[in-house]
Design a protein around this ligand. Structure first.
Ligand code: PAF
Length: 281
């Protein structure tokens, strides 16, 4: 596995792949990898002859520097996991490589970024699209793989890719879970043992919502089931609860006639966790 720390090194590596007629799948990450990321890597390896992973804790998508500073990092372990999974190149740039001095260009989806989780975390999706657009330009992959857990992020990236005409297929991968149902996240290690147990309320509320939907519940009923389940857990502070059209993220109401996306965010002892599920009528 080749380790590239500069854009120039990454370009050399990917240019060689293209010269050899090989296509490339990109897996952007912020490191501290877990099985959820490894599912993305496996998908990338299945899609293309060459896989490139990136590890970059992107400052522009964090609202508070405290959250950025607290973001867990373990480069040596990440490298070992990527190498074992057969990744060809890992790109680990410094901030200055991605945001050169005097940098002033942003990329923003003006609608999708500013609803739902975007309202809870202003500027977050602008930071994501700005960095992902740059990574796309640096690597020029044929495919890019993202988790469905960050459901709004996936929709935002798909929209940006289409709008800017990147010739890249965006591939979403279903959420990997711990055996007890907790969605895998690099943030899970920051939970206290009590909050780790309490956080199960997110996946439990999604299961309750799915059962309600199967029994003919409306969008309003589903939202009520989610809210009452999560607020019954005293350690949870609900931050976002949305039941929206699965592709446009537009608000919906009444009986389910097309796929809906449930998107949840809640804090447990100051650690913000996300979960999501798409429910078909
Ligand atoms: O999902 C993530 O880890 C990040 O938001 C991403 C896509 C790597 C951009 O920094």
């Amino acid at each position: 596995m080749q380790i590239c720390r500069t854009v120039a090194d990454l370009r050399n590596a990917t240019a060689q792949f293209r010269k050899d007629g090989e296509n490339i799948a990109l897996v952007p990450t912020m490191g501290f990898l877990h099985d959820g990321h490894m599912a993305l890597v496996a998908q990338a390896n299945a899609l293309a002859e060459r896989s490139v992973a990136t590890i970059f804790v992107n400052p522009s998508q964090f609202g508070e520097t405290a959250d950025l500073d607290a973001y867990p990092r373990n480069e040596a372990r990440d490298f070992a996991m990527l190498e074992a999974a057969g990744v060809d190149v890992v790109f680990v740039p410094d901030v200055i490589e991605v945001y050169p001095e005097g940098d002033e260009t942003i990329v923003e989806t003006t609608g999708l970024a500013n609803v739902l989780h975007g309202l809870v975390r202003p500027g977050h999706f602008r930071g994501v699209t700005t960095v992902v657009a740059r990574l796309f330009n640096f690597c020029q992959p044929d495919f890019a793989v993202f988790g469905e857990k960050d459901y709004q992020q996936l929709q935002v990236i798909k929209r940006m890719t289409r709008d800017l005409g990147f010739p890249i297929e965006i591939v979403g991968v279903t959420t990997e879970r711990e055996t007890d149902g907790l969605a895998m996240s690099s943030r899970n290690v920051r939970l206290t043992p009590e909050d780790r147990v309490a956080a199960l309320v997110l996946s439990q509320s999604l299961t309750a919502a799915e059962t309600a939907a199967k029994n003919g519940a409306t969008v309003e009923d589903i939202a009520a089931v989610l809210k009452s389940t999560i607020t019954a857990e005293p350690r949870a502070t609900l931050r976002g609860l949305d039941v929206v059209d699965a592709s446009s993220l537009a608000p919906i109401s009444g009986v389910l006639t097309s796929p809906v996306a449930i998107m949840l965010s809640a804090e447990f002892g100051g650690v913000l966790l996300l979960d999501q599920r798409v429910i078909n009528p």
